[in-house]
Design a protein around this ligand. Sequence first.
Ligand SMILES: [Zn+2]
Length: 280
Amino acid sequence: MATFYDTHAHLDYPDYAGDFAEVIARAQAAGISKMISIGTSLDSSERAIRLAEKFPAIFAAVGWHPSDAMKAPSDLRPALREMCKHPKVVAIGEIGLDYHRLPSSGGDASSPQNATGRRIHNDDARYQQKQADIFQQQLEVAAEAGLNCVIHQRDAFEDTLAQLKPFAGKVRGVFHCFGENADRMRRVLDIGSLVSFTGIVTFKNGQNVRDTVAAAPLDRFMLETDCPYLAPVPYRGKRCEPAYVKEISETVAQVKNCSLEELSTATCQTAQEFFQKLLS
Ligand SMILES: [Zn+2]
């Protein structure tokens, strides 16, 4: 059986509280031999580390998600520097920029409202500035620690690439859940970074992602679920879990016109080289 890794899973989420051990056992039975639990806050990162300590197949990434930027402490660096020392912390993430739901669109409930209940437009600038600040802090920690980054960006491709670029040569990013076109993918690859693909590749309306997969060099991308979100067909709409990398790999192998074994070798090698502490 071809083995794969789930390079982006939110295993600390309460979705798995009832059947965690079974979820991990199903993943291993499906040939998903390593999983990276991705942090979205300091607490979530701590939980990811605890899971990694308990389960040999689980590794952790530590970081603060841009969507929760307003809740982040003013300086994330000291706490992250400490966490990076852990032998199973393989990356900083997920970090980046997300302009999909700005405060003015009512996306961030924590932002203040004016007397009429409308979010104040200035909040958008404040929110974007805070996202940029914590992204920058986390890139700095990654550079110091010699770790790569798991990048989340939504509706913020240009700004994310621009902020990552000065770190090229020191820090590489994987643009996770990649849904951009092939030209944008090449611009990511050009700065030494990578992309990874989720179950969207199996969706009926996922042709744009399949086109990007088709254009991706076999040694420059990884596979992930982003579970509990984005369950692939035939589980679409249900809770996702790492075992479903199997369905994702089958579709990607078809699109790449390669065998599952070739895809396994390429994606696992890419992941081991990118997340160097996965080897240990
Ligand atoms: Zn995620």
